[in-house]
Design a protein around this ligand. Sequence first.
Ligand code: SF4
Ligand code: SF4
Ligand code: FES
Length: 275
Amino acid sequence: MHAPAPKTLAPKTLAPKTLAPKTLKVRIWRGREEGSFCSYEVPARDNQTVLDVVTEVQRRHEPALAYRFACRVGVCGSCAMTVNGVPRWTCRTHVAKVAEAGAITIEPLRNMPRIKDLACDMRGFFDKWQKAGGRFSGTATRAEPPAKVDPANPRRRAADAAIECINCAVCYSACDVVSWNEAYLGPAALNRAWTVVNDERHALRRTTLDLATGEGGCGNCHTQGSCMRHCPVGISPTESIAGLKRMSLLSFLVRDRDAAEAPAGARAEAEEAPA
Ligand code: SF4
Ligand code: SF4
Ligand code: FES
């Protein structure tokens, strides 16, 4: 007996692999407020980030190209730029995610003066931290033991939710109120104010609340959440600003009780009925 003839298998048709384009077209802003886009082509690589592309352009095409970065791993926040119209950390943005028809356009962040190419002047942004009362001022001296802070305390939880901000200014760049109202303190500064106003170790909670709710403060926010949608850390400045508004109102209502303690008292009430 003969063994049955082996079945002839039809050759498998392999689906054609989608090949990545070999080159990437890049438009980069050159100049200051006055300037223009320059076009470059760089090799397209797997897992390439937008910061890799900027670095490649600087190394191979434009040694004088100005831009900022430091950590390359999403810690320092210094590499933020506008990529295809959206503010982003460039070191954590993969080209494959944002390229449109094999092309990307890179500009400096918005809402800050342009110094050169992709670097902008962030002094106004940082000054607003101070204007919003965001500098921590301790109630204890070095000689005293560290304060015991209950992590489950509602005020502490509110501070913790907002505290991881690394000052990248992505939210500030995304805020359209900042773009037409220069006096507006903006989402990052107000988010910081919300953090310290909820910190029971901060000696100037009343001052911070007054600054953050005064002229240029939280009342200017229209609560549409562009800052929240773009924050790479997942912080919601929108929520922090809403908290400041709520605290301001409650503080106003209880101010006859004890003005010095109003932020704490108001916050406690607000936390019992969170918005
Ligand atoms: S809130 Fe988010 S987007 Fe805004 S500065 Fe802080 S980390 Fe950056
Ligand atoms: S929610 Fe407020 S702070 Fe955030 S982008 Fe809108 S106006 Fe700016
Ligand atoms: S280089 Fe530090 S966050 Fe991008």
